[in-house]
Ligand binder design. Structure first.
Ligand SMILES: [Zn+2]
Length: 233
């Protein structure tokens, strides 16, 4: 199983119907993902923007660029936790201690601003000079339940999962490019406070435009998706 296959397996994991997880109005992520093939995720957009100026970054592409699946270490983790009745977080902590690794930090993307299409929870640790992550994807509806089991990946850099970036294009003929990186936007490479989509939305609402965010440069709707971003295989 390669990295993309592992991410696809996680994204289509049935996390069941937890008692805390009603399914809600929008349903569970795994149910929406269940019919998607690996190719659907690979060819799907990297990021997109809605009519409110909210950016969403595909979790598949975000992970594909940031992590590498460590099949052997993942198999060891599964064997180590096979008979465990502890929580996943306790399992991860025990596992890191067991192999003589060092925990660096843990994060849940729900606890801060995040543009990822699904919530992730993970623990980054160091072992033998390399950085790894025990990663869970939230597949349910209620964020308290419905996570996959932890899967083990290596990381190119310990903050790779925190670095969220994406791009969208306007739908005009010039296709002005808006890039998001770490909470800030640039248009065609230059930064300006006024061209942040939220500020553009405020201006658009003032003149009665409610269905889309107009491009700062040409006024065409800023809702093009980014399918062209190169991602590592
Ligand atoms: Zn434009």
């Amino acid at each position: 199983m390669n990295t993309r296959e592992a991410i696809h397996a996680m994204l289509t994991t049935n996390t069941g119907r937890h008692m805390l997880d009603s399914g809600g109005a929008y349903g569970r992520n795994w149910e929406r993902n269940a019919s998607k093939s690996l190719d659907d995720f690979i060819t799907g957009p990297y990021s997109w923007m809605d009519s409110y100026g909210c950016l969403t970054i595909s979790l598949f592409h975000h992970l594909d660029a940031a992590v590498d699946f460590e099949a052997a270490m993942d198999a060891e983790y599964l064997a180590f936790t096979h008979n465990s009745s502890d929580s996943h977080l306790e399992d991860i902590s025990n596992w890191i201690e067991h192999i003589g690794g060092t925990e660096i930090y843990s994060d849940n993307s729900y606890n801060h601003e995040s543009a990822l299409s699904q919530v992730i929870q993970y623990t980054v640790y160091e072992f033998d000079g390399e950085q790894y992550v025990a990663l869970q994807i939230h597949q349910g509806c209620d964020v308290r339940g419905g996570y996959t089991r932890p899967w083990i990946f290596s990381l190119s850099d310990e903050y790779a999962l925190l670095s969220e970036s994406g791009s969208v294009y306007c739908t005009g003929s010039e296709q002005h490019r808006y890039d998001y990186y770490g909470g800030e936007w640039t248009i065609d490479g230059s930064y300006s406070r006024e061209i942040q989509p939220y500020a553009l939305q405020t201006e658009a609402r003032k003149v009665g435009i409610t269905e889309y965010i107009p491009c700062y440069e040409c006024g065409y709707p800023l809702e093009g998706t980014d399918t062209r971003k190169e991602v590592s295989a």
